[in-house]
Write a protein that binds this ligand. Structure first.
Ligand SMILES: NC(=O)C1=CN([C@@H]2O[C@H](COP(=O)(O)OP(=O)(O)OC[C@H]3O[C@@H](n4cnc5c(N)ncnc54)[C@H](OP(=O)(O)O)[C@@H]3O)[C@@H](O)[C@H]2O)C=CC1
Ligand SMILES: N[C@@H](CC=O)C(=O)O
Length: 427
């Protein structure tokens, strides 16, 4: 049987999963592809650290050129992460006519178009199923199963680390810091978890999902991005009392000829399917004009689930090599669509305020709301400390511009502080 030799770059959480899956599932892969897959070379930063994990028949190196310059290697798998030097390495691999499989959403969201052009020029495949929602095969599903439908909205939980943190805060009352530490130990977080908790990782995934769903080319600056760093246990508990669960959601939708996208903590009604997604699991809800609402659920982070998506790409490239059909763009849907003004989209909001506990304070806030044309559906007052009250409003839908005006006006009061404002799904 013909052998296909693979170079693996990175042997961390995902790379180790890829190595394990290729050796454990060889018979099935050969049966499906008619080719034997062999990991010939693995590149890492620190060879000594990995020596015991790799069998003697695999070359372990700290020099990626051993993969780039090896004519026997047909497929390179980049699971090292980050933009530099990953961009240069992938460019060199494609120019050396290697097919590239990557899980690197930072790179694909930022430079995917440029790399796809280089891939096409070299008749090479560039595929990245694992870059969005870990183990959920969402990108190929959109390419194949939504090819003829018009996607109106794609939204969901696309970061495993933050969903894990919020779940522990909700169910076990863990502090944010403890939950983040555990998510890092479990291998869900990026090497620098700032991108996870600040919503950047989810935004990269929404950029890629928007490209596949709407043919758009969004950049980080086009998107409202808010992370979970400031969420307090008291907000999680208060949201639950109102019948909501706080989730970090990515939302992208068509608005006229434009596309609106954002990533933010959102209060999701507790009986909504997205509220039931726990731990590192992800869920992507795709709404098509014809099909209506569909939901794709599964592990969004972790070694083996992500490796399964990488392997699905390796198998697909192997089939293309066998059939002589390499060099086709993974996603070729292109549609001119402008990002729409971020301030115009309306949502109900959860507003958490702390104010001096004396008569007339709440009235000041409700008067401000009236002045900007906003109103509320629910209000709860509790004791914050000896002098202050905590007041929570669930407002009716208002725009980000209205919210910004409300915040600015509240800031003028010495005795009232707006401590949190989160969107509410629904209405
Ligand atoms: N972890 C997850 O659940 C998921 C991760 N991803 C993506 O997969 C990629 C890998 O993530 P993950 O496995 O968690 O990362 P890790 O930090 O666990 O592993 C990174 C690996 O890359 C190696 N590496 C780093 N820089 C270089 C370099 N310059 N040359 C050669 N090797 C290098 C490291 O070597 P050494 O060990 O010697 O330091 C390490 O083995 C990232 O793009 C990530 O965003 C996607 C979906 C899920
Ligand atoms: N850090 C990411 C890993 C998968 O993409 C996450 O937590 O989702």
């Amino acid at each position: 049987m013909e052998k296909i030799k693979i170079g693996l770059i990175g042997l961390g959480t995902v790379g180790s999963g890829v190595l394990e899956m290729v050796s454990n599932n060889q018979a099935k892969i050969s049966n499906i592809t008619g080719r034997e897959l062999i990991i010939k070379t693995i590149a890492v930063r620190n060879v000594a650290k990995h020596r015991s994990e790799v069998s003697d028949d695999i070359i372990l190196t700290d020099n990626v050129d051993d993969i780039i310059n090896d004519p026997e290697i047909k497929i390179a798998v980049e699971v090292m992460g980050g933009i530099d030097p990953a961009k240069e390495i992938i460019t060199n691999l494609l120019n050396a006519h290697k097919h590239v499989v990557t899980a690197n959403k930072d790179l694909i969201a930022s430079h995917g178009d440029e790399l796809a052009r280089i891939a096409r020029k070299n008749n090479a495949d560039l595929v990245y199923e694992a870059s969005v929602a870990g183990g959920i095969p969402i990108l190929r599903t959109i390419v194949n199963s939504f090819a003829a439908d018009e996607i109106l909205e794609v939204k969901g939980i696309v970061n495993g680390t933050t969903n894990y943190i919020l779940t522990q805060m909700q169910q076990k009352k863990w502090s944010y810091e403890d939950a983040l530490k555990k998510a890092q130990e479990l291998g869900f977080a990026e090497s620098d978890p700032t991108n996870d908790v600040a919503g950047i990782d989810a935004t990269y995934k929404m950029i890629i999902l928007s490209q596949f769903s709407f043919g758009s080319h969004l950049a980080l600056d086009d998107i409202n991005i808010e992370g979970i760093q400031n969420i307090k246990l008291e907000d999680v508990a208060q949201a639950a009392d109102f019948g909501y669960t706080i989730k970090l959601l990515g939302i992208a939708k068509r608005v006229g000829e434009g596309v609106f996208a954002e990533v933010a903590p959102v209060l999701v009604p507790s009986d909504h399917p997205l509220a039931t997604i726990h731990n590192e699991n992800n869920a992507v809800m795709v709404t098509g004009q014809a099909v209506g609402e569909t939901l794709f659920y599964g592990p969004g982070a972790g070694g083996l689930p992500t490796a399964n998506s990488v392997l699905s790409d390796i198998v697909s490239v192997t089939k293309n090599i066998a059939l002589g059909t390499t060099g086709n763009t993974f996603n070729n849907y292109q549609h001119e669509s402008e990002p729409i003004d971020k301030g115009d989209v309306i949502y109900p909001y959860y507003l958490s305020l702390q104010m001096l506990d004396v008569p007339g304070q709440i009235l000041k806030v409700t008067k401000l709301m009236m002045e900007i044309g906003a109103s509320f559906s629910q209000i709860v007052q509790t004791k914050a400390n000896d002098t202050d009250a905590r007041v929570i409003f669930i407002t009716h839908a208002m725009s980000k511009k209205q919210l910004a005006t409300l915040k600015a006006e509240i800031d003028k009061f010495d005795t009232i502080e707006l401590r949190a404002a989160y969107k509410v799904l629904g209405e």
